[in-house]
Structures are given as C-alpha cells and as structure tokens.
Design a protein around this ligand. Structure first.
Ligand code: ATP
Length: 235
C-alpha cells in the first residue's frame, strides 16, 4: 500500500531523512518511532505530498505521489501533529468542506460523520464553532475529517495526543477496523506502550536513518519496545 524507496530530504544542509526505504502492506499498522527531530514528521509530510524531497520515490497503492499527486491524495489521509482547522467554521461545516473536497456523496458523508463523530464523542458539539473547542475536541474533529473518505492509507502524526482515555480506546478500535477492511496505517508516536500493543509492525528512525523495521514481534524479541528503543538510541 505504501512503498518508500530511498527517500532523502534536506532542509538546507541539514539531512532530515537519509535514504529511507520502507514498505507498508494493507492490513498492517506501523508505529513510526524516534527521538525528537529524528525525521518522522518530515517523512510523513513527504508521503502526504506536501513537501518536496531531493531523492527517492514514494508510491501509494502503486501511484507515484510526485507524478500523480491528486490520485494519490484521494486514497490517503494525513493527520498533522497540530492540525490547522478553520476556527471560524462550525465543526459540521468543516466536515462538509472536507467532504466536498473529496467529493463524498450526501449519504456517505452523513453516514461517516454520524458514525465517527458519535464514536469519538464529538457529534453533539458539531454545531458549535471550532474556536470554542478544546485541544482534544479539535483533535477528534481532525480525526473524523481524516476518516470521511474511507482512505486506503492513513498517515497520522501523533494521533493520540490530546484524546481522553475513552476516545483513545475508541480510536484504537477504529484503526483495527480500518486495517481489517484492507487499509494500512502508518503513524508516528512517542507512546511506546500503546504502539507495542496495537501495531503489527514498527519502524525506528534515528537522526534521519532507519535503524530497525519490520514485524513488531520479530523486532522486539523478548524485550519491551521501550527497552529496545533505548538500547538503539544509546548505540
Ligand atoms: P518530533 O518527535 O519532535 O516531532 P520529528 O521526528 O517529527 O520530531 P522532524 O520534524 O521531521 O522530526 O524534523 C527532522 C529534522 O529536520 C530536525 O532536525 C528539524 O530541526 C529539521 N526540520 C524540520 N522541519 C524543518 C524546516 N521547516 N526547516 C528546517 N529544518 C527543519
């Protein structure tokens, strides 16, 4: 579903992502972990098609993000770590705007808005302006907006930050349902205990370079993900 080949991204002289190669298959949930400034957000942004990169190739369901950006973006969703929402809009207007962008028909949008907004406990707040939302409520709205078009690939930058325990639990269930339906999820996180439980795969990035990647159970062995991560960081 996602094929990243030899991705290199520089900011001036600074190499943020260095020759990164990774394949995420459908039905898989990947945790992307690394220290602050390791290159996670940069990688996610490159895959989402919102930053340029010097070298490499990125295919989403075999569609090249540089050559066919609209087609590729149509089948994926990207949730940034700090989503910029249009604060003057009401929650429902924002969701309808996103549904318009993805050309989602009336029935489907109604069904998905109800389903996900109710599950994430934001449905009753959709008539209020986004400017009145708490941080967690904004995060929930952004998550609902990312799910509306039933993306095949979900790219999430620290999706659990700000969510209360119930919504966090609900979102993990939603993630599982998505991959059971054939989608793939690639998400960055610093919460290793959760990643260890819900992810089928893990990729660890250090100073822009991938230092471990593959099936969670194989990569971890008998160690906790935290222990493995700390060992790799200290090498
Ligand atoms: P965090 O866990 O703190 O979110 P990250 O792994 O997502 O970190 P990135 O945001 O991808 O890290 O940053 C990778 C490197 O690129 C860092 O050294 C950062 O300073 C640098 N960087 C990121 N964005 C820019 C930018 N717009 N201009 C210049 N340097 C940048």
């Amino acid at each position: 579903m996602l094929n990243i080949k030899n991705l290199t991204k520089k900011y001036g002289e600074k190499v943020a992502v260095d020759d990164l190669t990774l394949q995420v298959g459908s039905g898989q949930i990947w945790a992307f972990i690394g220290h602050n400034g390791a290159g996670k957000t940069t990688t996610l942004k490159a895959v989402a098609g919102i930053i340029e990169y010097e070298k490499g190739e990125i295919l989403v369901d075999d569609i090249n993000i540089k050559l066919n950006p609209i087609e590729a973006k149509n089948i994926m969703a990207y949730l940034p770590d700090n989503p910029d929402l249009y604060e003057h809009l009401k929650g429902i207007d924002y969701l309808n705007f996103i549904a318009d962008v993805y050309k989602i028909n009336k029935d489907k949008r109604q069904e998905n808005i109800e389903k996900y907004a109710k599950r994430l406990a934001i449905y009753n707040d959709l008539k209020a302006p986004i400017s009145s939302y708490s941080h967690g409520m904004k995060q929930k709205l952004a998550l609902v907006s990312a799910l509306l078009h039933n993306p095949k690939l979900l790219l999430l930058d620290e999706p659990f930050v700000g969510l209360d325990p119930k919504s966090s639990h609900e979102f993990k269930e939603i993630m599982n349902e998505f991959v059971k339906g054939g989608a793939a999820i690639f998400y960055s996180t610093h919460v290793l205990e959760v990643a260890e439980k819900i992810c089928t795969h893990v990729a660890i990035i250090k100073k822009g370079k991938l230092v471990a990647s593959g099936e969670m159970a194989k990569i971890r062995g008998m160690k906790s993900l935290e222990k493995l991560f700390l060992e790799l960081e200290n090498e």
